[in-house]
Ligand binder design. Structure first.
Ligand SMILES: NC(=O)c1ccc[n+]([C@@H]2O[C@H](COP(=O)([O-])OP(=O)(O)OC[C@H]3O[C@@H](n4cnc5c(N)ncnc54)[C@H](O)[C@@H]3O)[C@@H](O)[C@H]2O)c1
Length: 438
C-alpha cells in the first residue's frame, strides 16, 4: 500500500487561497497554532475536529497507520478534548495541541489532513475552509445538513484540488464489494426494485429535559455555530443532536446515506426523477423532532427504490436490523453488515448462496483508501461527489416529508421543479456571522 512522505505530500499539495477575509485571517494567524510536539517530519499530520464518539473512533483507525500522527485536536468541549488527548497519548506517546476554534486548525501550516467528525451542521464550514487552506479532508457522513452545503463542499474540494472522502465506511467493506459485483453481473435478472431499511430497535427516547446551562468547559455558541440560537438543552447536544432538524436529518440521513451508498454503487444509479415520503413520530414520546417511522419512495428511470426506517419495535419479517435488498426477475440479493445472501426464483438457474460479512475491516480500509489517495491524488471510493449525491438523495427523503410534496427533482439545478415550498428545505439559513461560501 502506498505511503507518502510529508515532504512529497506537501510538494504535490499546492496551497490555495484561504476563504476568509484578509483581516480575519491575519488576526487568526497571529494566534496560529504551530502544531508539533507529536509528529516527526516525515509523518502525515492529521488534525481531528470534533472529538466525540465517532471522532475518537476514526482517530484510532487513522492511527493504525504508522505514517499518521495527530498533533492537533479541536473541540468546543474541553471534556471531549481530554478524551481524545488520552487516546493519542496511549497510541503515540505524545501530547497533542488542543484548540476550541477550528479556524486555528486552518491556520496551522503543519497540518496536512483534517478529520471532520463534528455534528452534521458543522461539517460544511470546516471542510470548505480546510480545502481552501490546502488540506485534504476525511469528513463524516452525511456530507452536510443540506443539499446546498454539499454542493458548496464539492465546489470547494474541486476548486482547491483536494482529496475529500466521506466516512461511509461500508463502501470499503469487501463483502459489500462482492455483493455489488454479483448485482452488477446481471445474474439476478432485471432489477426493478431496491429496498433499504433500518429497524433500529436499540433507539430509545431522549425524554423531555428542561433547557439549562451548558456544562462548564463548553463553548455552546460555537457548538451552535451556523444553527439557530436557542438555550442549551442536554438532549440536543452530544450524540442526540441527530434527532433535531437544526443539526441533522434523523435516521433518513444518519443511516440512509450508508445504505443509499451501497444501493447506488450496485445500481450505477444517477439521481432519482421524483421522491415522496411519509412518516411521523408514532412511538417516541419525547422531544426529538425527526420521525421514528419513515418511508421514502425514489423513482428512477428503470427501477424504484424504497427507504424504510423505524426506531424501537422489531425487525419484522426481514430478520435483519438493516440491509439493502435487490429484487430481480431471477432472484433477490440481500446485504448487510453481517454478510450477503442470494435467494433464487425457482427455475431460473440461480443457486442459493450465503457469505459472511467483513465489517470490522471496513473502516480501516476506508481510511487506508483515503491515505493512499492523499499520496496518489486520485479520487477516494466515497469521493465528495459521491458523498454529495447519496447525501442529496437522503436529504430529498426529508425534503419530501417536511414539505408534504412529491418532489420532481431537477438534478441539474438541484431544485424541486416548480415547487418553492419544497425548495425552502434545499438550503439552510446560516446564523450570523457564519456564511456558506459558494
Ligand atoms: N461513519 C459512521 O458509521 C458514523 C457513526 C457515528 C457517527 N457518525 C457521524 O460522525 C459525526 C459525529 O457524530 P458523534 O456521534 O461522534 O457526535 P458527538 O456529538 O458524540 O461528537 C461530536 C463532537 O463535535 C464537537 N463539536 C461540535 N461543534 C464543534 C465545532 N464547531 N468545532 C469542533 N468540535 C465541535 C462536539 O463538542 C462533540 O464532541 C456525525 O456527523 C455522525 O453522523 C458516523
Amino acid at each position: 500500500m502506498a505511503t507518502v512522505s510529508r515532504r512529497a505530500f506537501l510538494n504535490r499539495s499546492a496551497l490555495t487561497v484561504a476563504g476568509f477575509t484578509a483581516a480575519a485571517s491575519q488576526a487568526r494567524r497571529a494566534a496560529a497554532v504551530e502544531a508539533g510536539p507529536v509528529a516527526a517530519n516525515d509523518k502525515l499530520r492529521l488534525a481531528l475536529i470534533g472529538c466525540g464518539g465517532m471522532g475518537r473512533g476514526d482517530l484510532e483507525t487513522f492511527l493504525e497507520n504508522p505514517e499518521v500522527d495527530c498533533p492537533l485536536i479541536c473541540d468546543v468541549d474541553d471534556a471531549q478534548l481530554d478524551k481524545a488527548a488520552q487516546a493519542i497519548e496511549r497510541l503515540r506517546k505524545g501530547r497533542p495541541e488542543r484548540v476550541n476554534d477550528f479556524r486555528r486548525v486552518m491556520d496551522s501550516r503543519n497540518i496536512d489532513l483534517c478529520l471532520v467528525a463534528t455534528p452534521d451542521h458543522w461539517h460544511a464550514l470546516p471542510t470548505i475552509h480546510a480545502c481552501q487552506a490546502g488540506k485534504d479532508v476525511y469528513v463524516e457522513k452525511p456530507l452536510a445538513t443540506s443539499i446546498a452545503e454539499g454542493r458548496a463542499m464539492l465546489h470547494a474540494a474541486r476548486k482547491a484540488d483536494r482529496v475529500v472522502q466521506m466516512g461511509t465506511q461500508w463502501r470499503s467493506g469487501s463483502h459489500y464489494g462482492d455483493a455489488v459485483d454479483f448485482v452488477q453481473s446481471g445474474k439476478l435478472g432485471k432489477i426493478r426494485l431496491v429496498r433499504m431499511w433500518a429497524a433500529l430497535t436499540w433507539i430509545e427516547g431522549i425524554g423531555k429535559p428542561a433547557d439549562g446551562v451548558p456544562p462548564s468547559g463548553v463553548d455552546y455558541d460555537m457548538w451552535l455555530g451556523p444553527a439557530k440560537e436557542r438555550p442549551f438543552n442536554p438532549a440536543r447536544f452530544h450524540f442526540t443532536f441527530r434527532w433535531f432538524w437544526d443539526y441533522a436529518g434523523g435516521l433518513m440521513t444518519d443511516w440512509g446515506v450508508h445504505l443509499i451508498n451501497i444501493a447506488h454503487w450496485a445500481m450505477r444509479a444517477g439521481m432519482p426523477r421524483s421522491v415522496c415520503s411519509t412518516g411521523g413520530k408514532f412511538v417516541l414520546d419525547d422531544m426529538s423532532q425527526t420521525p421514528d417511522t419513515q418511508v421514502a419512495l425514489f423513482e428512477y428511470p428503470d427501477f424504484t427504490m424504497i427507504w424504510e426506517h423505524q426506531a424501537v419495535g422489531n425487525h419484522g419479517i426481514r430478520r435483519r436490523e438493516h440491509g439493502v435488498e435487490f429484487l430481480g426477475t431471477a432472484g433477490a440479493l440481500v446485504v448487510d453488515a453481517n454478510g450477503w445472501e442470494v435467494m433464487p426464483v425457482p427455475g431460473k438457474g440461480l443457486e442459493p448462496f450465503q457469505a459472511p460479512g467483513t465489517t470490522d475491516a471496513a473502516r480501516s480500509r476506508h481510511v487506508r483508501n483515503f491515505l493512499d489517495c492523499v499520496g496518489s491524488r486520485r479520487r477516494p471510493v466515497t469521493d465528495v461527489e459521491i458523498g454529495h449525491q447519496v447525501s442529496t438523495i437522503a436529504h430529498l427523503g426529508n425534503v419530501a416529508l417536511r414539505s408534504g410534496r412529491k418532489i420532481v427533482w431537477d438534478a441539474e439545478k438541484e431544485q424541486a421543479s416548480g415547487d418553492s415550498a419544497a425548495n425552502e428545505f434545499v438550503a439552510k439559513a446560516y446564523r450570523k456571522p457564519w456564511t456558506l461560501p459558494t
